[in-house]
Write a protein that binds this ligand. Structure first.
Ligand code: ZN
Ligand code: ZN
Length: 422
């Protein structure tokens, strides 16, 4: 791999409010050196950024790269090859938007992560959980009341479903967790409460008993990894963190006492407000089932106050989006929603500082020598205007992943400026 020198950049990450004007040398897949004085080097390819901003690639801790539609029940009846083709498209879009690392929250398997690592596909570095574990009638049980009620139905379901598997009781939970880890899952996903996109479970449900949750967390720990849990209500959140879950997702209905418990357990809250905002705006038009639209109301408005409550209790807050189908283009809009509570710097820190801790990748998220060279060029300062990260990557002309340039529109910019002058 060749060396690349970014000259005349305004360098920033989520640790300081003001950018540093300087130069960044990339060697192989790492940031080699950052300097405020020019480098004397001959071997590197030089990219003059002429004062554009250079920052770490964005990190999203809650995505579904296979969710090419808003209707999970319908996707469960779709052939795997079609869903993977959709995933390739979605992941390319994420990279184009500046997201260089994402954590999948069910659907993506290890084959997809390996294909990305080997360069067979373009997309962010991917951490996967395989299939989510759900109880019968839980959030990954996408059957309607009338479907597949025979005793053998769960086996058929588990053999075919592209997002979740059903496991009931401690033994089945242990086997399901072990099986997902065997297939290469980086972490385990538990559906620990009612959900919006599933047809038959009310939001306020808790799902799984303590012994089942503890068994799954123990299997994850035995594999030296962790469990993430889908939760909305104080009951579901507190059961999950008491059982040992590392990250509680969404948490829209969290209260003060529960947030204090989450903080005490050292667990992380990963809000995903943009998905409710997007579904509220476009759900009906994009085919979100009516049963799900009916459930949205309870949680859409509570999202931002959940961040406030967690922040006040000292909970570490990560960055997630949870977008489905055509709503993926709103991925970076989560920053502006989070910034309403945490400010621009705080919102960037959820993605760049907290998400690497969640995913266990300590060397991403900062502009610092030794860190993985996942960097993006931005045509403005997100510390001042967080919306600059939106517009589907239009203001992000360059994306570098592990030292390789995977998007470069700087030349096009120079050409269009030149033709304007001519
Ligand atoms: Zn969820
Ligand atoms: Zn999700």
């Amino acid at each position: 791999m060749s060396n690349i020198l970014f000259q005349n950049a305004k360098i920033l990450d989520a640790r300081q409010s003001d950018p540093i004007e300087g130069h960044v040398l990339i060697e192989d897949d790492r940031v080699k050196e950052i300097s405020t004085t020019p480098f004397q080097t001959t071997s590197a390819q030089v990219i003059d950024l002429k004062g554009l901003y250079l920052m770490p690639g964005l990190i999203d801790a809650h995505v579904h790269v296979k969710a090419s539609s808003l209707d999970f029940a319908q996707m469960a009846r779709t052939q795997p090859s079609y869903l993977f083709a959709g995933a390739a498209q979605i992941m390319k879009g994420m990279l184009n938007r500046g997201f260089t690392t994402v954590r999948d929250a069910c659907g993506a398997d290890r084959g997809l992560a390996d294909a990305l690592d080997e360069g067979l596909l373009a997309g962010p570095r991917l951490k996967v959980c395989g299939l989510a574990l759900s109880q019968t009638g839980g959030h990954s049980d996408t059957r309607s009341r009338n479907e597949w009620s025979a005793p053998a139905a769960n086996e058929q379901y588990n053999a075919l479903h592209p997002f979740g598997r059903i496991a009931d009781g401690v033994d089945e939970c242990r086997r399901a967790a072990r099986d997902e880890l065997r297939k290469g899952a980086h972490h385990v996903k538990i559906m620990a409460g009612g959900g919006v996109s599933s047809p038959s479970d009310p939001i306020e449900n808790t799902q799984y008993c303590m012994d089942e949750l503890e068994a799954i967390c123990a299997e994850a720990a035995a594999w030296h990894t962790y469990a993430m849990a889908h939760t909305y209500t104080p009951d579901a959140i507190s059961m999950a963190v008491r059982a040992g879950v590392r990250t509680v997702e969404h948490c829209n209905l969290i209260d003060k006492a529960t947030a204090e418990l989450v903080a005490q357990k050292g667990a992380f809250h990963v809000p995903t407000n943009i998905t409710y905002w997007a579904l509220n705006k476009h759900g009906a038009e994009f085919g979100f089932p009516q049963v799900s639209i009916d459930k949205l109301g309870m949680i859409v408005d509570a999202g931002l106050s959940s961040i406030e409550i967690s922040q006040a209790a000292g909970v570490q807050i990560g960055f997630g989006t949870d977008l489905l189908g055509p709503c993926h283009s709103y991925q970076a809009h989560e920053f502006a929603l989070t910034a309403e509570v945490l400010g621009n710097k705080g919102a960037l820190a959820t993605s760049l500082e907290v998400n690497p801790k969640i995913m266990g990748i300590p060397d991403i998220g900062r502009m610092e020598p030794g860190y993985i060279a996942d960097v993006i060029v931005v045509r403005g300062n997100p510390m001042e205007d967080i919306h600059i990260l939106e517009s589907d990557g239009a203001q992000i002309p360059l994306v570098m992943q592990s030292g390789r340039i995977v998007k470069n529109q700087l030349h096009e910019l120079a050409q269009s400026n030149a033709s304007r002058k001519a």
